[in-house]
Design a protein around this ligand. Structure first.
Ligand code: F6P
Length: 321
């Protein structure tokens, strides 16, 4: 192996830059050349490649987003798109790839490897944390803390006005962000796709607590089957008449300077991804479980459902009074 490529793909996550830096510097340290592939699978197909040097990744460890840019490529979902990508990779003399992203990125990586024989190792980067084979994904910790900061502010006004707030957090198919911010913010309720939502029961609980408790924070994961905070608030309002407001935190959760946790995870996994490629291993994601680095086949990272900690939901119920 003489030259590797590195790219970021899917939703950007704080810490992706730290991971790119770790990949580039580890590869150079090991005597490899490194090519940056811009705009994810789109740039891979369209030929957006540039050599990377140690200084190309200077002064980026503290920034959110990704200097390599990112896309969700529909062309790469086609066989023709992947063949074009593989031709470009070979034309640029790249012997293996490090893919930084989430489940969509790894689905693409599997196809590229299996159909076109390009070695790929992945590092998990997504705020959703919905990737099996790692306790945490790069970006999750920062997103939780960013959401928490906003929820703390909302609580001030919720309390002062005796209002119920429905706060929607990200998590396309999962409640990882929702359960952590709910417990950490002292929320009264959390609504996640992993637990069936019972609107009548929630309404009864809100009403029963009314005499003593007039402000509530209800955290809603965007991926809940009931359709997010707006729908839930409307349905609850049909059942009772409690003054409420809705806040959808949205993409603020994706940006910002990565936490120390995310930077460290990014450094460790970036280094390990390069070492893994150099060892001739491919088709796997490097993750961290109980502080140990583990390799997980790409298929497993998205086929095996990672479990949300449902104890958080019970604990929140005990603590919210
Ligand atoms: O995968 C990360 C994520 O932020 C999800 O939580 C969210 O559903 C999605 O990306 C939003 O994607 P986009 O920025 O493309 O709208």
């Amino acid at each position: 192996m003489k030259r590797i490529g590195v790219f970021t793909s899917g939703g950007d996550a704080p810490g992706m830059n730290a991971c790119v830096r770790a990949v580039v510097r580890t590869a150079l340290h090991s005597g490899l050349e490194v090519t940056g592939i811009y705009r994810g699978y789109t740039g891979m197909i369209e030929g957006e490649y540039a050599p990377m040097h140690a200084h190309s990744v200077s002064n980026i460890i503290q920034y959110g987003g990704t200097i390599l840019k990112t896309t969700r490529s529909s062309e790469f979902m086609t066989k023709e798109g992947r063949v074009k990508a593989a031709q470009q990779i070979r034309a640029h003399g790249i012997d293996g790839l490090v893919a930084i992203g989430g489940d969509g990125t790894f689905r693409g990586a599997v196809a590229l490897e299996e159909e076109c024989g390009i070695p790929v190792v992945g590092a998990p980067g997504t705020i959703d944390n919905d990737v099996s084979g790692t306790d945490y994904t790069i970006g999750f910790d920062t997103a939780v803390n960013t959401a928490l900061e906003s929820i703390d502010k909302i609580r001030d006004t919720a309390y002062s006005f005796d209002r119920t707030f429905y706060i929607e957090v990200m998590g396309r198919h999962s409640g990882f962000i929702a359960t952590e911010v709910a417990l950490a913010s002292g929320a009264e309720y959390v609504i996640i796709p992993e637990v069936e939502t019972n609107i009548e029961e929630l309404s009864r609980r809100l009403l029963a607590a009314r005499p003593t408790k007039r402000s509530n924070i209800v955290i809603v994961a965007e991926g809940d089957e009931t359709g997010g905070a707006i729908n839930i608030a409307k349905r609850l309002n049909d059942l009772h008449n409690i003054d409420y407001r809705i806040c959808i935190l949205g993409h603020v959760q994706r940006g910002g300077s990565p936490s120390a946790h995310d930077r460290i995870l990014a450094c460790v996994l970036g280094i390990e991804a390069v070492k893994t490629l150099m060892a001739g291993i491919s088709g796997v994601m490097v993750g961290q479980i109980d502080h140990d680095v583990r390799l997980t086949p790409f298929h497993e990272t998205f086929e095996k459902k990672k479990q949300v900690n449902l104890d958080f939901v019970k604990q929140l119920g005990i603590l919210a009074k």
